[in-house]
Design a protein around this ligand. Sequence first.
Ligand code: SF4
Length: 115
Amino acid sequence: MTKLDCTVTTCVHNAEKCCCKSGILVEGAQAKNCCDTCCGSFEENRGGLFKNLFKTPESKLEVECDVANCLYNDDHQCRAERITIAGDGAMAVGQTECAEKADDSRLTVAGSFFT
Ligand code: SF4
């Protein structure tokens, strides 16, 4: 399971900068950079009115991933210890992205997850 931070506060599944789902799908099969990826599980919280009363933020969750070029993609499962989904203010799936590595200096050379 991957530790996930999510800055997409406009998503209905977001609470306290975490995701309340037990798993998400990162899309971007042809992605060459982070900006070509997105969280396919994003759903806009229209008007910001919905409050998630029944679920609690999950600090770790299953991340299914379509990004073939990613270093951490292992048979469509993300094996990174930690990722961040970015896209504060997003109103559509395409305005989100799997944005950054964390705690792994090996990745700073490329500046992303990509090989
Ligand atoms: S954008 Fe994706 S990771 Fe973030 S809260 Fe929504 S479903 Fe969860």
